[in-house]
Design a binder for this molecule. Sequence first.
Ligand SMILES: O=C(O)c1ccccc1NCC(=O)[C@H](O)[C@H](O)COP(=O)(O)O
Length: 261
Amino acid sequence: MNILDKIVADKRKEVDLKKSLITLPQLEASVMMERTSISLAEVLRKSNSGIIAEHKRRSPSKSVINQSLSVQDVAKGYTDASASGMSVLTDGKYFGGSLDDLVLARASTNIPILRKEFIIDEYQIVEAKAYGADVILLIAAILSREEIKKFSELAKSLGLDVLLEVHNEEELEKSIMPSLDMLGVNNRNLKSFEVDLDISKTLSKKIPDDFVKVSESGISSVEAIRELKEFDYQGFLIGENFMKTNEPGESAKRFIDKIIA
Ligand SMILES: O=C(O)c1ccccc1NCC(=O)[C@H](O)[C@H](O)COP(=O)(O)O
């Protein structure tokens, strides 16, 4: 079984357990359900940098990245750096994240927050809203077209933006639909962990102009951003490059300042 299949199998068990502990009506009672979400797609359309800075403690490809920082400090740092958005990993087993991280990030910043999660059930979308996210991620590699449609339409009905992630042409063709806001190309193969920025460059031509294009993973230089901008990317999801430092906010600030200089 590859790592992605393992993550999804664990996620199914986790979601089933959660559903038995916290019911949908209980989730829907969260004050956050009334909050007006901020559109990351709109922010990216107007942004000069397009950086979506990620809070990432560890990962299957790198094990430990940074376990010592508070998510509040990281969120404040990314906000001071003028990041366009923040991505918060909420998976515990493989990434060391949690829904607490999402709530704490929400309490520390007003920039749009992406719940970075392996979404396989509508329950997790309501959860994303209830815990303060503005955007959800849907990963084409683990969802059918019907699921992408059902999940993205639910997210839109809750006022959330949808970032749909693909890694190849087949996933892209299966996924295009009007209920998506952003098309993300993951440069990392989630089964082999191989990273190649050319994946973003190759797929860009196939993404219709109606969607904001986001390039994800393996980005560590301003030169790479400049090249990706030539391929019409407006969003850039960066995790490890910032989180591996002692001050992710400062690191993001220097990076963003260089882009907009
Ligand atoms: O990062 C991983 O090792 C990973 C492995 C399996 C599934 C997903 C994974 N990462 C999730 C992400 O998409 C990245 O955290 C995000 O794009 C930022 O990537 P990076 O800048 O390379 O940290």
